[in-house]
Structures are given as structure tokens and as C-alpha cells.
Design a protein around this ligand. Structure first.
Ligand code: FAD
Length: 365
């Protein structure tokens, strides 16, 4: 099957590697001049790693990452963790994003990835789909996968009126810095005052990733580092998180990543006869559940399995859509419950409920 994938981010590259391993003739169209990854590290759960195992790169991904035992803290620095769940509900693999995308690109085959190739739309025919590029070129395929992120062009055409919306006042700041005197093991994530969250995790022996977030952040003033520091001050009382404040203070301004969070609304459909959405293009979520990428990798596995089961592309895509929209209805409920948690203990409880649900109900095909 000739499969074109719009978007060479984490999920597009995973889908390409996965479908290629299942015998598809794959072409990835990426608008950027190189394969890249916005962000520092990404937390991946076992449901994502299973798909990497299937593709044959699970061991390499685990070798480049670091197992992180998650801990939440309250504003006094007191650790809180939901009880009654086994260890797997509190543990993920933190992987450096650029290295992961590099490994995926090598697995797909760099010659199958066309750079500087911006998809502008498509025309669907009964026997094939024509994919239109900004250059004026056109590619013909049996299947088009829209893995082009939150601002997806493919989604704009497939589901008109589905523009991503700002998640009111939700902002995230993060950076990777040389490791210092902070706690080396596990995450330190404080659920702070004024709807802030923040902390850090060791990405590798020599590097730590810090992150600070706030729901309903007021006006943003000063440099990116000032804005992150403002939120870090709100996290906790004196003494707790001096290490985080030091880390942010010594981060060069240009190394601070700032994101305004965008959400993709629930969609009436994810597919047509020869087009399917996948990853953030289908379900851009708030990062407070740290699972959008993991669930996008799940999408890739389910899509591969549905296509392999046949009997034809349209039936397979309908089955994929049904499975994924049902799952994401529940993901959205969990995400809202975590977002509305009133303090650290409730946040930890609801987060564990979500991760336990995600892992125990994950597709295995
Ligand atoms: C602060 C933050 C922290 C997060 N932490 C986690 C975490 O710990 N764990 C987790 O699982 N998830 C996490 N996520 C979510 C995760 O980052 C995303 O779900 C994931 O990166 C989505 O991957 P994607 O490939 O679908 O989209 P993207 O990574 O956005 O890739 C889309 C690609 O498509 C390309 N593109 C766009 N338009 C076009 C076009 N018209 N033509 C061609 N190419 C195009 C883009 O250049 C890009 O390369 C986090 C998100 C944020 C913001």
C-alpha cells in the first residue's frame, strides 16, 4: 500500500516506522528543513514502548531514556502519592526528544522523509488520494495520514471548523540544564498555589529538565525566564524548591521553552475513505496528563493493526476511528478530573487513576 504521512514529528515518524514494518510503501512529508523535536524530554509509558518493541527499537529507546518514579509534593514539600496502585502506575521512561526523533527517522529511512515539504490539502478519489504540496507538486497514494500536529492542514480539510483553541491561560515553561545539587532520583513535581505545577527530573547523568506550568496564568510580563521564575515562586513556601529556583536562574534566556497550550476540540470524525488523523492532529491535549505523545504512539499501533486486518482501507479506517474516539472520550474525562483537582493529594490520586486506567485498558494488538 502507498502511504503518505503529513508530518514528521514523533507520531508521524512512529506511524511511518510501524507501517513500513508492516509492508507499506511509506513517504513522510515534513514542512521543516530537518527532522527536529520541540521540547526537551518526553515521558513515555509502557503502552508506547510496546509499539517500539514491535518495530524493533524498544531496547534502543530504553537505553537512551531514564526510568522515572513519579512523586508529587504539596506546597510545604510534603510528598503525596496515591495508594492502592502498583508501581507501574507511578513510573515512566523519560526520553530526550531530539534523540528519539532521530532514531525514528533512521528507522523509517531518511530517504523516505521529504523535508521542506508542506502539505496544503488533498483530493480524495475512489481509487486513490492526491496530496497537494505548497511547491505545487502532487503525490498520489492509497492512504494519507494526517500527523501534522495541533494546527493540522489535513484536519482543517477533513473536519472543517475544527481549529485548535487556546486552553485558557495555560502556559508551560521548561529547559534542560546541567545537573546540579538537586535530588537525582525520581520526579519532584509540586502542585503549588494559584494553580501552578512545577519541578524537575534528571534526564541523564549530567542533565536535568525543569518545568513550570500554570493554569489560568495572568498577563505574561518580562523575559521567558522571569515568567517561569514568577510561577516557580508561587509553587511553595520558603525553603522548598530553592534548587528549582537556582536552576531556572542559571538557565540562559534562549534555552527557555515557553508554550501557550492549544487544545484540539473533540472531532465528529477522524477518518474518511482514504484519510486518517493521528497524534496531536486528532487529539491535541493539555500536557498536564503527560500522555499526548504516548497516546499518539498508541494510535499508530491501532491504525497498523486495523489496516492489517482489512478487508479494505475504508473499513479499516472506520474501525480505527471507532476504537480511538471511544478511548479519547475517556481520556478527556480523566484529563478534566486531574485539571480540576483541588490540591496535591487530589491531583496525585486522580493522576494515578488516569495512568492506571490508561495502562490497564491499552490496546495490545
Ligand atoms: C509542555 C509539554 C509537555 C508534554 N509532555 C509529554 C509527556 O511527558 N508525555 C507524552 O506522552 N506527551 C507529552 N506531551 C504531548 C506530546 O508532546 C505531543 O502529544 C506529541 O509531541 C505530538 O506529536 P505529533 O507528532 O502528533 O505532533 P508534532 O510533534 O506537533 O509534529 C507535527 C509535525 O508535523 C509537521 N507539520 C505541521 N504542519 C505540516 C504541514 N502542513 N505539512 C507538513 N508537515 C507539517 C510539523 O513541522 C511537525 O514536525 C507534552 C506536550 C507539551 C506541550
Amino acid at each position: 500500500m502507498r502511504t503518505v504521512i503529513a508530518g514528521g514529528g514523533l507520531v508521524g515518524l512512529t506511524a511511518a516506522a510501524s507501517l513500513r514494518s508492516a509492508g507499506h510503501e511509506v513517504t513522510v512529508l515534513e514542512q521543516a528543513p530537518r527532522v527536529r523535536a520541540a521540547g526537551a524530554g518526553i515521558g513515555l509509558w509502557p503502552n508506547a514502548l510496546r509499539e517500539f518493541d514491535r518495530i524493533g527499537i524498544g531496547a534502543d529507546v530504553r537505553a537512551m531514556g531514564r526510568e522515572i518514579d513519579t512523586w508529587f509534593f504539596d506546597t510545604t514539600g510534603h510528598p503525596v502519592r496515591a495508594t492502592g496502585y502498583d508501581a507501574s502506575a507511578h513510573r515512566f521512561l523519560l526520553v530526550p526528544r531530539p534523540r528519539l526523533n532521530g532514531l525514528l527517522a533512521d528507522t523509517v529511512g531518511r530517504d523516505r522523509i521529504v523535508l521542506d515539504a508542506r502539505v496544503t490539502g488533498y483530493t480524495e478519489h475512489e481509487s486513490e488520494v492526491a496530496v497537494h504540496l505548497a511547491s505545487g507538486e502532487e503525490l498520489r497514494a492509497d492512504l494519507l495520514i494526517g500527523a501534522d500536529g495541533v494546527y493540522s492542514r489535513v484536519r482543517a480539510q477533513l473536519v472543517p471548523g475544527s481549529d485548535a483553541a487556546v486552553h485558557a491561560g495555560h502556559h508551560a515553561w521548561r529547559a534542560v540544564v546541567p545537573a546540579g545539587d538537586e535530588r537525582p532520583e525520581g520526579t519532584v513535581l509540586t502542585i503549588g498555589r494559584e494553580r501552578t505545577r512545577g519541578g524537575y527530573a534528571r534526564v541523564s547523568e549530567g542533565q536535568t529538565m525543569w518545568m513550570v506550568n500554570q493554569f489560568e496564568a495572568g498577563p505574561l510580563t518580562g523575559t521567558k525566564r522571569d515568567r517561569a521564575l514568577d510561577r516557580a515562586w508561587k509553587l511553595a513556601g520558603p525553603g522548598w524548591h530553592d534548587d528549582l529556583l537556582r536552576m531556572i536562574e542559571r538557565t540562559p534566556e534562549e534555552a527557555v521553552l515557553e508554550s501557550g497550550i492549544m487544545l484540539v476540540p473533540p472531532l465528529s470524525h477522524w477518518t474518511s475513505g482514504r484519510v486518517a488523523l493521528i497524534g496531536d492532529a486528532a487529539h491535541g491535549l493539555s500536557p498536564h496528563i503527560s500522555a499526548g505523545g504516548t497516546l499518539g504512539i498508541e494510535d499508530a499501533g491501532v491504525l497498523r493493526a486495523c489496516l492489517a486486518a482489512g478487508p479494505d482501507t475504508a473499513t479499516a479506517l472506520a474501525r480505527y476511528e471507532d476504537a480511538r474516539t471511544t478511548r479519547f472520550d475517556r481520556v478527556r474525562e480523566h484529563a478534566a478530573a486531574v485539571e480540576q483537582a483541588s490540591g496535591a493529594a487530589e491531583f496525585a490520586e486522580r493522576y494515578a487513576e488516569f495512568s492506571h486506567w490508561m495502562l490497564t485498558t491499552a490496546p495490545t494488538g
